[in-house]
Design a protein around this ligand. Structure first.
Ligand code: SF4
Ligand code: SF4
Length: 185
């Protein structure tokens, strides 16, 4: 009889212990839960947020997720060499020898005399850099435009021109030589 009591007490204590541990783990998983994937968030923050899709992925978040899955880090044209280097430093990866898809910075200009106010460019712009209204002229806010060129193709009258930003002392960047830092085993 005494043995049965001992067994019952032991089972009860173990059950209570297991319940307590389970509750503690449940609480901890809620309390210390990390929303999203921190590395994807870090990669996304290192990307230029142009949401232009020139990397072949749906916006910067899409490319960040792909990079976290092992995608090449040299596909972001707006980010260029500097952007790829930031990613390489962040992830401890080498920049592919194929180099970086680099494009001179540019911005969109609408020929307002030819614009028919169809609003297609507004719908295409990922950063809301175009202002206008239906059947009214449209214009690009240069300070917001990232030069992604997504607005040019849908324009039915082809009145959007992509212009290269002229290099000035303000936006001049050291180009080469850039020495690749190689890890020695
Ligand atoms: S205005 Fe055109 S080029 Fe500029 S960000 Fe918008 S879609 Fe891209
Ligand atoms: S797509 Fe072209 S025509 Fe249409 S509103 Fe934009 S600039 Fe004007």
């Amino acid at each position: 009889m005494e043995n049965i009591d001992t067994v019952i007490i032991a089972v009860a204590v173990m059950t209570l212990g297991a319940a307590f541990l389970g509750a503690a783990l449940g609480w901890a998983s809620e309390r210390f839960r990390v929303e999203g994937n921190p590395i994807i968030d870090q990669i996304e923050r290192a990307l230029p947020q142009t949401q232009c899709g020139q990397c072949g992925f749906p916006g910067c978040r899409g490319y960040a997720e792909a990079i976290a899955d092992g995608e090449a880090i040299n596909l972001c044209a707006p980010g260029g060499e500097a952007g790829a280097r930031k990613l390489a430093d962040l992830l401890g990866r080498e920049i592919p020898t194929a180099g970086v898809a680099e494009k001179p910075p540019q911005f969109a200009v609408i020929d307002e005399n030819r614009c028919i106010g169809c609003t297609l460019c507004i719908q295409a712009c990922p950063v809301d850099a175009i202002v206008g209204a239906a059947k009214q002229l449209h214009t690009v806010v240069g300070s917001i435009c990232t030069g992604c060129a997504l607005c040019a193709a849908p324009c039915p009258v082809e009145c959007i021109e992509m212009k290269t930003i002229a290099e000035t002392v303000d936006n001049w960047k050291w180009k080469s030589p850039v020495f690749q830092i190689r890890r020695v085993a």
